[in-house]
Design a protein around this ligand. Structure first.
Ligand SMILES: [Zn+2]
Length: 297
């Protein structure tokens, strides 16, 4: 089965023609979300039905690359390539309101993150996968060895920027974050462990510093910020943690997935990834929206 990553509508496996008509009709109706997804992932030029069908077909086609390479390429195209996501652009210089918005929205993201990782643990008996996910959860909530928990680095940054952690606990996330969280919950409930793994750990690619060979134009944030005396240490500690963490983590998860994927339906893995990447796109917009609220205060 193929799924529209934007609205979740389902199509028969490989029925890219009906999917193309779905996108063309909704774009004609001016549905901003579908238009945006098409512009970012398929083409900015108005394609006719046949052109659109073959564009979607090649979008899904993995060729000889395998699922890991396919996901990395799609992720870079959507967030870090020529169509740079506005959030990444904003992260190239320090902005206090941006980091405040990050602290608030990312707290909700993290709560869902550990739930999704726990569901992966509950859906597999493979030792390597369970250990990987448990370690991931531990690092987020408790820290490993002498490393502080990731969630603590986030909350300390928020406090340093003037938002008490109790306020963060009680703040309702933006609507786009709520949408993303319910989408991730849905993926965790509906898909098998390997598809959930593809959906969640692909998102860690955002801070992977080794993606230039895949066409990434920018790093997650400008690394110069880590040396700037005018940026609070808590922000540098939080951002610096990504630098050390995500290169190996995101590749390792995708390697595990690639190792076991042959027993599973590849289209389901692709769908789970695409649905999650779309949710992530909206969630990054939510951080920008939240930071605008802090800017105007
Ligand atoms: Zn749709």
């Amino acid at each position: 089965m193929a799924v529209c990553p934007v609205c979740n509508e389902k199509f028969d496996s490989g029925d890219y023609y009906t999917m193309a008509i779905h996108f063309i009709n909704l774009s004609k109706d001016g549905d901003a979300y579908h238009v945006q997804w098409v512009n970012r992932n398929i083409s900015k030029n108005g394609l006719n039905v046949m052109q659109f069908t073959s564009a979607i077909e090649s979008f899904y086609n993995m060729g000889n690359r395998g699922i890991k390479e396919w996901i990395i390429h799609k992720f870079v195209e959507q967030f870090l390539g020529e169509n740079l996501h506005p959030f990444i652009l904003k992260m190239q210089s320090y902005s206090k309101p941006l980091m405040m918005g990050y602290a608030v929205e990312h707290y909700s993201f993290l709560k869902q993150w550990v739930k999704s990782c726990s569901i992966i643990v509950s859906k597999t008996d493979i030792d390597e996968v369970q250990r990987y996910e448990i370690e991931n959860i531990l690092s987020r909530y408790f820290g490993i060895g002498r490393k502080k928990p990731y969630i603590e680095l986030l909350l300390q940054m928020g406090e340093d920027l003037g938002i008490d952690r109790k306020r963060i606990f009680n703040m309702e996330p933006m609507d786009c974050t709520k949408f993303a969280i319910s989408r991730w919950r849905d993926i965790a409930n509906r898909f098998n462990w390997i598809a959930i793994m593809a959906a969640m750990h692909s998102l860690e690619l955002i801070a992977n510093g080794k993606l230039t060979e895949y066409g990434a134009k920018y790093y997650y944030f400008n690394p110069e910020m880590l040396n700037s005396p005018s940026i609070p240490d808590s922000v540098k500690r939080f951002l610096g943690d990504h630098l050390r963490r995500d290169d190996s983590r995101s590749f390792r998860a995708l390697d595990i997935m690639a190792k076991y994927c042959h027993d599973y339906n590849m289209e389901d893995i692709q769908d789970a990834y695409l649905m999650s990447a779309y949710a992530f796109d909206r969630y990054l917009e939510a951080i920008l929206e939240r930071s605008k609220m802090f800017e105007s205060q």
